[in-house]
Design a protein around this ligand. Structure first.
Ligand code: MN
Length: 226
């Protein structure tokens, strides 16, 4: 059974359930003791979960007033995990904060606060219940995301939940945008040169009971098996 490394966060349960129900085993990493290069040598895939904001100093910008720092050391450690994983062509699924970490690790930048920086923004902060659909996304035909969600997509769109106040602004090296919200906010990126490298801005793990996005986790675990 493929071993998926899961970076720690405050809401592990749904991520763990999503991986297990898709045939993977989970190892929750420890920010203090797990060396990124050593992790990558001993697991089959890397899952980056949600969390607070990436320090904008890491992409060369001053902090917005709404900046909420992540745990000390987490930004740099997760960026190192991404770089080690991609260098080893290890499958990577990056969720919410994770897609932002992936983008910054590749030299991209972020919209620091969607409500004050994105004109005409839809509501990306629908908190309760966690699996409430918030807005549609448009999905690029022929993308990895499009293949994994083919049973959910109608007219190139599908509804998603949404709990984020940041999003990708300039895209990192070798990444392509494969989903956007109606206001243009980037909701998914991938690196087609990697075995499996997918970032999504919504929270597919909240649907582990009903399986709307099980295709994402099954595709990720399957790629990690190879
Ligand atoms: Mn959204």
């Amino acid at each position: 059974m493929p071993m998926i490394a899961l970076a720690p966060c405050s809401t592990l349960h749904d991520y763990e359930e999503s991986v297990r129900r898709s045939g993977g085993d989970v190892r929750v990493l420890d920010l203090q003791t797990d060396d990124p290069a050593a992790v990558v040598r001993t697991v089959d895939g890397l899952l980056l979960p949600g969390g607070r904001d990436v320090d904008p100093a890491l992409y060369g910008e001053p902090p917005h007033r709404a900046f909420m720092a992540a745990e000390p050391g987490r930004d740099v450690w997760e960026i190192a995990l991404v770089q080690e994983a991609l260098a080893a062509d290890l499958p990577l699924l990056a969720i919410c904060r994770g897609i932002q970490v992936l983008n910054v690790a590749r030299g991209g930048t972020l919209i620091q606060d969607i409500p004050s920086e994105l004109e005409g923004a839809v509501n990306h902060q629908v908190r309760e219940p966690p699996h409430a659909m918030a807005h549609d996304i448009w999905i690029a035909e022929g993308s990895l995301l499009g293949r994994l969600l083919r049973e959910r997509i109608e007219d190139d769109t599908c509804p998603v939940n949404s709990r984020h106040h940041q999003a990708i602004r300039t895209i990192g090296r070798a990444l392509i945008v494969t989903a956007t919200a109606p206001d243009g906010a980037i909701e998914a990126v991938e690196d087609p040169a990697q075995r499996f490298c997918l970032g999504v801005q919504w929270h597919p793990e909240n649907f582990y009971r009903t399986g709307e996005f099980r295709g994402l986790f099954e595709g990720f675990v399957e790629a990690s098996r190879q």
